[in-house]
Design a protein around this ligand. Structure first.
Ligand code: SF4
Length: 354
């Protein structure tokens, strides 16, 4: 069982982050934020894909001015990502549900105090987003782009806010590779109880990002570290959410929909298992009940897997078995197996809905 690190709970809009809250999956638009229509379209696509929170970049006045209109057209909690320009942070704080800044980058304490005051007045959190590639000079010079440098930067920025009496924050420590990312989060975790936003930055294209994020975020989540996450991918939106949700599901943190166990296939197989698994996946994707089901190519492992599966199927030569909780309930010709299997899965799912 995963024992989650006890963290303070904050709220990004109506979404709780930290404590015993579910782990929200978030993403970031790549439209120009000043282009309201394109940004709203991307946010809606993310919402439809299951995102819980969305971040938009606010690099200039036009983007800051667009936030109000964007906010009025979307339902997801909105985070504004701001670097250096405190006036943009002040403007965004009037509208959004969270601000990502690094106080050290804003510089002048008085300016940071103004941003903190604006966030406090609306009770919105700040995310301190440390990135290995943009550490403050003093930390880069002393530690290089190392986990130690990232942690030193985070502690410096945390203290900056704490000294102003502000503790409504979450922290991220992203590097572009797995080892530094994991090491930094692990190093900082025992030092405070702020919720952590997990991510590997600039993780690359769909394939590499999926691998890197699964390893890094998976390792941390198994350690009980992580209160919200983003899978960063080059040019992909919905896919980020899909992978983020799959990481949580495959770690057993989220119980949502079918957990389909399917055999890797081997020379023993006498049926078209690839087609059968694809059909099962397609025809059951609407099911939200957290059922374990297995689809196996022969009886070698099928009977063992079936014992812990709610519904299982084992193909043979021209026929096969359908099982429930390890009990054989039907022996049918191959062309009838998937239909019977799905009928049983749906009936089990209905029991969960009651
Ligand atoms: Fe091979 Fe059977 Fe195992 Fe599938 S379940 S990999 S067909 S031995």
């Amino acid at each position: 069982m995963i024992k989650r690190y006890p963290t303070k709970q904050i709220f990004v809009g109506n979404v709780p982050v930290g404590g015993d809250a579910p782990i929200p999956v978030q993403s970031m638009t790549f439209s120009k934020t000043s282009d309201v229509k394109a940004t709203v379209e991307q946010i809606r696509a993310l919402h439809f894909a299951g995102a819980d929170i969305v971040r938009v970049t606010v690099p200039n006045e036009e983007a800051a001015n667009a936030l109000k209109e964007i906010k009025s057209q979307v339902e997801l909690p909105l985070v504004a990502d701001i670097h250096f320009k405190y006036k943009l942070a002040l403007k965004a704080a009037e509208v959004v549900d969270c601000i990502r800044i690094n106080p050290g980058n804003i510089g002048d304490k008085q300016r940071v105090a103004e941003v903190v005051k604006a966030c406090s007045e609306r009770n919105i959190p700040i995310r301190i987003g440390v990135n290995s590639g943009s550490l403050e000079k003093q930390f880069e010079n002393k530690y290089g782009q190392t986990p130690e440098g990232m942690v030193a930067s985070a502690e410096y920025n945390i203290k900056y806010l704490e000294d102003l009496g502000f503790t409504n924050m979450k922290i991220s420590l992203k590097a572009s590779d797995v080892q530094r990312t994991v090491a930094a989060y692990r190093m900082l975790r025992p030092k405070n109880n702020y919720p952590f936003h997990l991510g590997v930055t600039e993780a690359g294209t769909k394939f590499h990002s999926t691998v890197k994020s699964s390893i890094a975020l998976g390792s941390l989540l198994l350690d009980g570290i992580g209160d919200t996450l983003r899978v960063s991918m080059t040019g992909e939106l919905e896919e980020e959410i899909k992978v983020g949700k799959a990481i949580l599901k495959d770690l057993g943190i989220v119980k949502d929909g079918l957990n389909i166990i399917s055999c890797p296939t081997c020379g023993r197989i006498e049926a078209d298992l690839v087609k059968a698994v694809a059909e099962v996946e397609e025809r059951t994707k609407h099911i939200k009940a957290p059922l374990d089901v297995s689809v196996m190519g022969c009886v070698v492992n099928a009977l063992g897997e079936a014992k812990s599966a709610d519904v299982a199927i084992a193909f043979g030569k021209g026929n096969g078995l359908v099982m429930k909780k390890g009990e054989i309930i039907a022996k049918l010709d191959e062309d009838k197996l998937v239909d019977k299997f799905i009928e049983e899965v749906e009936s089990e799912a209905k029991k969960h809905e009651k």
